[in-house]
Design a protein around this ligand. Structure first.
Ligand code: DAH
Length: 358
């Protein structure tokens, strides 16, 4: 047997015998490392005649590839055996009861958004989403905020550094840009709600730099303000669980709606305590209106054919009202005691038939 054949036999046997990754690595170093046996034979090539060097060199290269392939294959076998062993020891029994001290709860924001989705879902709305990082077109221009319009300043926008494409991206200041994205990508009839994060550079008892909004958009050929009114009345009555809750509309201004309104619900502030219901006092709850013809045009919709309504509200604000949470900032402090107190059972999905909050 030639020297090469003998070496092949020994190394390949060692590869097969290697029982774990470090042992296999030792075999590799022994054969192919700087001071390895194959490398050693390679070094001898210099002392050989040209013909011998050619045949011997080719055989050595072949041997080297063969050993490398054997090591790779063995490595794959060892890796998969190691993974199997790990999976076997890390097996868990999902039927074990939950340890009470480890029980998680749903954040009131998630709960509130789930409740809203259940109510609007029953009215036939679906959920639409868009990116947190927006461009000027979707956040402002297409929503009928002309360049230089003072309403842009009201939003205390977080701008990103100018991008290589020349755009000045920003963190969306409201969920309304997703109205634009929806109208550009879907054909009417449209009936969506848009929950999501929004950002403004502001911080005090009633403002945080990140907060949540939920937006509504309906576009069809015969949509008018009575639809808006009926839809929002139904929503607040279900959400606050007051069957005959009265609502009131006050004229307002938003660039993207005409006419625009703010909606109030009945409440009482007697004795410094806020109660939702028909007690003669009023509480502002959301902004709304009929989608402005310019907005429809920005999205390629003919305002002579299509109309629609939109509304937007702050999720934290209505959560605070519904669940008696006094300070907005506590929503984002991740204080476990707060989460335990205001959190909700993680497995109870809100529904109109099963109950919104249990
Ligand atoms: N985007 C408005 C804001 O953040 C809220 C809003 C008002 C949304 C009226 C609407 C609307 O869709 O019709 O202040």
């Amino acid at each position: 047997m030639s020297e090469i054949d003998q070496l092949r036999g020994e190394v390949l046997a060692a590869v097969t015998a290697a029982s774990d990754v470090p042992a296999l690595e030792n075999v590799r170093v022994d054969a192919l490392g700087k001071k390895g046996r194959v490398t050693g034979l390679m070094k001898n090539l210099g002392t050989m005649s040209p013909e011998d060097r050619k045949t011997f060199g080719q055989q050595l290269n072949l041997l080297k590839t063969e050993i490398e392939d054997a090591i790779t294959a063995r490595r794959a076998t060892l890796d998969s055996a190691a993974l199997d062993a790990k999976l076997a020891t890390e097996k868990m029994d999902v039927t074990l009861p939950v340890r009470p001290e480890l029980k998680g709860s749903l954040h009131p924001i998630s709960q509130t958004m789930d409740e809203m989705a259940a109510i609007f879902g029953a009215m036939g709305f679906t959920i639409a989403e868009g990116p947190d990082v927006e461009d000027d077109f979707h956040n402002f221009t297409a929503l009928n905020f002309p360049p230089g319009h003072p309403a842009r300043e009201m939003h205390d926008t977080f701008f990103l550094p100018t991008a290589p494409d020349g755009n000045r991206y920003l963190l969306r200041t409201h969920t309304s840009p997703v109205q634009i994205r929806t109208m550009l990508s879907e054909k009417p009839p449209i009936r969506v709600i848009i929950p999501g994060r929004t950002y403004r550079c502001d911080y005090d008892m009633t403002h945080t730099p990140m907060f949540h909004q939920i937006e509504g958009l309906v576009i069809d050929t015969e949509t008018n303000m009575t639809h808006l009114k009926g839809c929002l009345q139904e929503f607040v009555r279900s959400f606050f669980g007051v069957d005959d809750l009265t609502i009131r509309f006050r004229p307002s201004f938003f660039p993207f709606t005409e006419p625009s309104a703010e909606m109030d619900i009945g409440c009482s502030r007697q004795g410094g305590e806020l109660k939702i219901g028909n007690y003669g006092d009023w509480l502002e709850i959301l902004g709304c209106g009929m989608v402005h013809p310019n907005v429809l045009k920005s999205c390629g919709l003919d305002p002579e054919v299509y109309q629609g309504f939109a509304f937007g509200m702050g999720v934290e604000r209505v959560a605070m009202l519904k669940y008696g949470i006094p300070d907005l900032r506590t929503f984002f402090e991740s204080d476990l005691r707060w989460l335990k107190h205001y959190g909700f059972a993680a497995l109870d999905v809100p529904s109109l038939t099963g109950g919104l909050n249990r």
